[in-house]
Design a protein around this ligand. Structure first.
Ligand code: IPD
Ligand code: CA
Ligand code: CA
Length: 279
């Protein structure tokens, strides 16, 4: 990146961090009250009043401050737009909506920043956990202002692995359970937090040794990608090739040391998925 582009990343992340406390407080307050919950693609796929309001506030702020920037957001009408040239924001106004809707504190506001389609900056804020992560290309990653780094745990049985399940999980329950069964046999611990953005960040700051999930959307991954990468994580698709958050069907993020071992353990899931839906 050129110096002016790098300065543009910092300027944007600083600006959005400046408006975040108000949004964080609004969502924490909303979560403690009665709020509207509706379903989207199926009964497991929820949207709350909080998701819609968070998206609106973020979009309004970005449009006023950086009118030339593109925005792709989960609750936007044009959410499947491809990123163009220059700066593009990729927003998940609440990642972990099922947690938010059930008053479980593992949810986050995930704000990714791309330049010419590549992740260059990200903020993941978990207000109910008091955690705010930031990553800037060539600028490192931090949590609440302190530098973070992946852990050094190896082999797989020395560390904790986290995963998540897509909203069409019922249809793919059998293939998904093959990877899970291997983690239950081989990993030091297995978790499912329910907020992909936090999963990336918890690998980045050394809590988890690895994370894998099928069918993430760009807004689940955009901010976490750069935070994890800057903290020294290895990111790939499920074949081990460089991760493309707009194209890849599977995501793997690790401390690097357990990457090959984790890829090997999810192999049976990929073979079963290739055979088609289980029900
Ligand atoms: C979901 C969460 C969850 C993951 C799902 C995502 P949402 O995002 O990140 O952890 O397993 O794949 O769709 O819908 O709560 O923004
Ligand atoms: Ca999400
Ligand atoms: Ca969401």
């Amino acid at each position: 990146m050129s110096l002016p582009q790098q300065a543009g990343v910092k300027e944007r992340l600083d600006a959005i961090e400046g408006m975040l406390p108000e949004l964080e407080n609004f969502l924490i307050d909303l979560q403690s009250r009665d709020f509207e919950i509706e379903t989207k693609s199926n009964a497991f796929d929820l949207v709350t009043e909080g998701d819609v309001a968070s998206q609106a506030r973020l979009t309004e702020f970005i449009e006023a401050k950086f009118p030339a920037d593109q925005i792709i957001g989960e609750e936007e009408s044009d959410k499947n737009a491809a990123p163009g040239k220059g700066f593009c924001w990729v927003l998940d106004p609440i990642d972990g909506t099922t947690n938010f809707a059930n008053r479980i504190p593992m949810w986050a506001i995930s704000i990714g920043l791309l330049y010419d389609g590549k992740p260059v900056g990200g903020i993941v804020s978990g207000p109910a956990l008091g955690l705010r992560y930031r990553g800037e290309v060539n600028g490192g990653a931090s949590c609440n202002g302190k530098p973070i780094r992946v852990n050094g745990k190896s082999p797989l049985r020395a560390g904790v692995v986290v995963t998540g399940f897509p909203y069409d999980r019922a249809r793919r329950a059998e293939p998904l359970s093959r990877a899970l069964a291997n983690m239950l046999r081989e990993a030091g611990g297995v978790r499912r937090l329910g907020a992909a953005a936090l999963d990336f960040c918890f690998v980045a700051d050394g809590r988890f040794a690895g994370y894998y999930e099928m069918s993430l959307k760009p807004w689940d991954a955009a901010a976490g990608f750069i935070i994890a990468q800057e903290a020294g994580a290895t990111l790939s698709n499920m074949s081990g090739a460089a991760l493309d958050i707009f194209e890849d069907e599977g995501t793997v993020v690790t401390n690097g040391r357990i990457h090959e071992e984790l890829l090997a353990q999810i192999g049976p899931m990929l073979e079963a998925l290739a055979l088609g839906p289980s029900t």
